[in-house]
Design a protein around this ligand. Structure first.
Ligand SMILES: *Cc1c(COP(=O)(O)O)cnc(C)c1O
Ligand SMILES: [Zn+2]
Length: 452
């Protein structure tokens, strides 16, 4: 243990980056505790308040108004071509030399009337922002470019996360880009093959923990408390700064016209937290003058935030999470208080959907040619549920966030379409057919494809 301690010094024993002095760009950077308002310099890897243990926010001195035409203008090409860094004036000012970017963001927005009808909304009323079209195929890249850049700026030697799969794939890629070692803790046997393959391929040191995600994160926090290991889970306030740009980019694409509802899956609740902060900041700098409702959708088997919300925020209880949507299979969301703040700010709604509702919504998104991983489809399943319940009006305009790509979880596709179910066969299962290598057999398939 002492050998490790000598090699990776504990944070208390050193100001990170002290050899070189505080990096120039970090002098103005501050983080603020959301509970007790204590502030700390942003030149250290802090993930909780030293006074009260509360969650931290990056404290931005935003001097509005911001002109929307100015985004990207005057930035070097690497930053301008990133859908994160082009919003430079609304992000923490990291030293340019520390920034690790992969042209993340710049994701498409798809309008689809079949899916609008599925949700119970009108023609032209439902769009999906597809965050699966990021470099490692999930929205995690938007946070990771800021997290890993901050890690570099503060002189971190190793970056680490616990992950249900997408954070690890993203961290592995960005750490490789930065030339830094990455340590990834994953719940054993519980992440998809696609996500695990990415993480291994990009060269992270993968540790399978005999436990679930919540246990893996708790274990890692013991390590990062004791050693100088930079934690990039979404308790890290810098990661959430990058995730704000989903909202910035979406609203810019909409000409700053705000939809009535923005629906997203809720797992560890980092995105929910980031979206609320982003919307509050856009109001502050005068780019929008009203707020959309955030609709946070949890899987029924992993819904501690929905229960907390339903109790009027009186009683929070962690759960043991169970759902097919592994990216939101989280029983004790790290960003719960921040997510509450976002839902309160936007007078948002929180609801739950069953695994079957998630899988059917996913099949509809996939069938529209768009495709997403299971957790992402909670956004559509949740909208459908909220419209049916009357919580969202059928003439509302909504945008759902598709958080990850269809190829992230190929097993989910195979098991939905190809596996036999005794209880109720899937109505829209799409089974490949097998034919003899003869034209008449293929002709029968053609007739079927044209008429069926
Ligand atoms: C991480 C992730 C989520 C959950 O996001 P939170 O910010 O943890 O709530 C949902 N979907 C996908 C695909 C993810 O990778
Ligand atoms: Zn505090």
């Amino acid at each position: 243990m002492s050998a490790v301690r000598d090699d990776v010094r504990a944070p208390a024993e050193t100001g990170v980056g002290d050899d070189a002095g505080t990096p120039a760009g970090l002098v103005d950077l501050r983080v603020r505790c959301m509970v007790c308002d204590a502030t700390y310099p942003g030149d250290r890897p802090l993930t909780r308040c030293e006074a009260c243990g509360g969650l931290l926010d990056v404290d931005l001195a935003l001097d509005g108004p911001v002109r929307p035409e100015a985004f990207g203008v005057g930035l070097p090409p690497v930053l301008r071509s990133s859908g994160v860094w082009r919003y430079w004036s609304l992000l923490p000012a990291l030293p340019e030399a520390a920034i690790v970017s992969r042209a993340e963001g710049n994701t498409p927005l798809y309008w689809d009337d079949r899916l609008a009808a599925y949700a119970g909304l009108g023609t032209g009323q439902l769009g999906f922002k597809h965050e699966g079209h990021n470099p490692t195929a999930s929205f995690k890249d938007r946070g990771m470019t800021v997290g890993v850049s901050h890690a570099r700026a503060v002189g971190a030697r190793i970056v680490a996360c616990a992950s249900t799969g997408n954070t690890s794939a993203s961290l592995a890629s960005y750490a490789a880009a930065a030339g830094m070692p990455a340590l990834v803790l994953i719940p054993e046997g519980k992440i998809s093959g696609g996500k695990l393959s990415q993480t291994i391929a990009y060269g992270a040191r993968v540790v399978q923990v005999a436990g679930d995600f919540d246990q893996a994160l708790a274990l890692l926090r013991q390590l990062t408390d004791a050693y100088d290991v930079y934690l990039v889970n979404s308790v890290n306030p810098f990661r959430l700064e990058g995730q704000k740009t989903i909202i910035f980019e979406l609203l810019e694409e909409l000409g700053w016209r705000v939809p009535d509802v923005i629906a997203l899956p809720g797992g560890n609740l980092g995105n929910t937290a980031a979206f609320g902060k982003a919307l509050g900041e856009l109001m502050r700098v005068g780019l929008i003058d009203r707020l959309p409702k955030l609709a946070v959708i949890q899987a029924a088997g992993a819904a501690p935030f929905a229960a907390y919300h339903a109790s009027g925020y009186r009683a929070f209880a962690a759960v043991v999470a169970e759902t097919v949507a592994t990216a939101i299979k989280i029983g004790n969301p790290a960003s719960t208080p921040r997510a509450r703040r976002s839902v309160e700010l936007t007078q948002g709604v929180v609801t739950t959907v069953s695994d079957d509702e998630i899988l059917d919504a996913k099949a509809a998104i996939d069938r529209a040619g768009i495709g997403c991983e299971p957790a992402s489809a909670a956004s559509l399943a949740g909208l459908r549920r909220l419209v049916a319940d009357g919580a969202i009006a059928p003439d509302a305009t909504a945008v759902g966030i598709l958080t990850g790509h269809v190829l992230k979880d190929a097993d989910a596709v195979v098991s939905y379409h190809l596996e036999d179910r005794d209880d109720a066969p899937r109505p829209s299962a799409n089974r490949p057919v097998r034919v003899a290598a003869e034209l008449p057999a293929l002709e029968r398939v053609l007739a079927d494809a044209l008429h069926g």
